[in-house]
Design a protein around this ligand. Structure first.
Ligand SMILES: Nc1ncnc2c1ncn2[C@@H]1O[C@H](COP(=O)(O)OP(=O)(O)OP(=O)(O)O)[C@@H](O)[C@H]1O
Ligand code: SF4
Ligand SMILES: [Mg+2]
Length: 326
């Protein structure tokens, strides 16, 4: 593992409920429990992957950590300070330390700005010295030729646009980056180039990543540790190697059993999950996975399983995890 176990971000009991309705016309109020009681640490220099099916709360988690959205409750400590308690001024000053890379670089880049303007904008906003020098260093680092600085986003391919988006995110020399599905919109052949670029930049710029993806192969390739999410909570968290070698939560076991193996001589028993993910408006009581879990017992319907360290650095939220360990 790349980490030296020096904590950069610590999340404690983070919860986000969205409230829908409750207006004059739409009286019925509904609560979407997007993220509930999340606790985890991101170590300096590592890539922590977050994986899970659509709607499980990955993007909400990323946005809450960067305070792009206000939490319902909980804490997010960045270098020991609770970001959720920052005033607007404190947040503005700290913002340069944490940045986001988006899934769709086209939507996140102003189409009327040239590459030079796009990357220089944060430098100007924060009155960074030697802007031209920094700009040239950034475009060089992400592999955009200098002759392209006067061009507009529509003149680039998806992969090149993501390179521009990455350069913009790195402009202010951040310490922590949340990358929300940064390669999901790209052709498979381009995905590896961007992921390798992100790995190189991590070493060059001393970055820590929270990398969100729904693709298990992508997440395995880039992550040092991986958190698996289901319906707004973490069900398993451990090193990338351990997760793929010995997944302990029945949900992770099912996800991993569904990854295609390129070698036709090797077969793997696929664990089929029945039913759809329940709605976060009305999540099941007890273990939220019990409606789809092949191992569910009575206790699973009644008690919420805590995320417990069941072997060193391996956290699992399942009442019956000891049986998987045998
Ligand atoms: N602004 C919002 N208002 C109301 N509900 C929201 C809002 N943002 C997200 N949600 C709901 O919160 C839940 C978690 O959404 P989120 O976008 O975090 O999931 P995700 O894991 O990123 O999914 P995907 O893989 O599709 O990107 C979903 O049920 C979603 O519909
Ligand atoms: S607690 Fe029960 S329902 Fe939940 S994952 Fe474990 S065995 Fe399945
Ligand atoms: Mg998302």
């Amino acid at each position: 593992m790349k980490t030296n176990n020096q904590e950069l971000v610590r999340v404690e009991s983070l919860t986000k409920h969205f409230t829908l309705g409750g207006s004059f016309l739409n009286k019925k109020q509904e609560i979407i429990r997007a993220v509930e009681n999340l606790s985890f640490t991101v170590y300096k220099g590592e890539t922590l992957g977050i994986v899970g099916e659509s709607g499980c709360g990955k993007s909400t988690t990323g946005r809450l950590l960067l305070r792009l959205m206000e939490a319902t409750s909980g804490s997010v400590y960045f270098e020991g300070e609770n970001v959720l308690e920052y005033s607007k001024e404190q947040l503005r000053a700290k913002r340069k330390d944490f940045q986001m890379i988006f899934q769709d670089p086209y939507a996140s880049l102003n189409p009327r700005m040239t590459v030079e303007e796009l990357i220089s904008e944060p430098l100007r906003t924060y009155k960074v010295q030697n802007r031209k020098e920094r700009l040239l260093k950034l475009v060089d680092a992400v592999g955009i030729p200098k002759d392209y600085l006067t061009r507009y986003p529509h003149e680039f391919s998806g992969g090149q646009r993501q390179r521009i988006g990455i350069a913009r995110s790195l402009a202010l020399n951040p310490k922590f980056i949340v990358a929300d599905e940064p390669v999901a919109a790209l052709d498979v052949s381009i995905q590896a180039q961007i992921i390798n670029l992100m790995k190189d930049l991590q070493d060059e710029f001393d970055l820590t990543y929270l990398f969100i993806a729904h693709d298990l192969s992508v997440i395995e390739y880039i992550s040092d540790r991986i958190a698996v999410m289901y319906l707004g909570g973490i069900v398993e968290l451990t090193s990338s190697e351990r997760l793929y070698e010995k997944p302990l939560h029945p949900y992770t076991q099912a996800l991993i059993s569904a990854i295609p193996i390129p070698d036709p001589t090797i077969s793997r028993d696929r664990i089929k999950l029945f039913g759809d993910i329940p709605s976060p408006m009305n999540p099941p009581a007890g273990c939220k996975f019990h409606t789809r879990c092949p191992l569910a017992q009575d206790i699973c319907k009644q008690a919420i399983p805590e995320l417990r360290e069941v072997e060193p650095e391996h956290f699992v939220a399942c009442h019956l995890v000891e049986e998987s360990l045998l």
